[in-house]
Design a protein around this ligand. Structure first.
Ligand SMILES: [Zn+2]
Length: 184
């Protein structure tokens, strides 16, 4: 699966070697991987007895994980494991890669031809706003779609106070907008 010429996304095979696979296969493996993570109750606790904000939290031992008090991480006090944030980041990055592939390889056909580009833009711009504000994606992760980020900062899709906006080169976005106006 790729996103433009500079970005090729590989999947680890059974021997943990990065392997080039077609996008549709990458997406179904990715979907399965994300579902397995979300269904993993160690990672995303679903039982009230394991999360400290649950009604019977008073009975929950916050030292369920054998760690020293000096160690801290996102979600620790609510019963989430140490790798919770890093796994969430990987989930966001995997989803981002699918969007990047859709924009590079399928924006015109089928999205534009089917009049669905507005829906795609709406989904992706909201995804970027959320992912960046939660620190799930870094500025360098957005490189395959930097032009889009620049454009959305310039045309007001990203509010100026948003993190996504801070990752944009607004001047480049303004130039892109001018090109669009001249072309139409
Ligand atoms: Zn494709």
């Amino acid at each position: 699966m790729s996103a433009g010429r500079a970005h090729s996304y590989t999947w680890l095979n059974n021997r943990l070697e990065p392997t080039e696979i077609p996008a549709h296969k990458y997406m179904s493996l990715m979907k399965r991987w994300i579902s397995a993570k979300i269904d993993d109750v160690q990672l995303f606790p679903t039982s009230p007895s394991t999360v400290s904000f649950a009604p019977n939290a008073a009975f929950v031992s916050v030292t369920a994980f054998s760690v020293s008090d000096s160690e801290d991480w996102v979600g620790r006090s609510s019963g989430f494991p140490k790798e919770f944030a890093s796994t969430c980041k990987t989930i966001f990055l995997q989803m981002f890669r699918v969007y990047a592939h859709l924009y590079w390889s399928h924006f015109v056909d089928p999205f534009y031809h089917l009049n669905l580009e507005k829906q795609l833009n709406s989904c992706f711009s909201n995804f970027l706003l959320t992912a960046t504000s939660l620190d799930m994606l870094r500025a360098e992760d957005l490189e395959p779609v930097q032009m889009l980020v620049d454009l959305w900062a310039a045309n007001g899709t990203f509010p100026p106070k948003s993190k996504a906006y801070s990752f944009a080169h607004v001047k480049s976005g303004e130039k892109l907008m001018q090109c669009g106006l001249e072309a139409s």
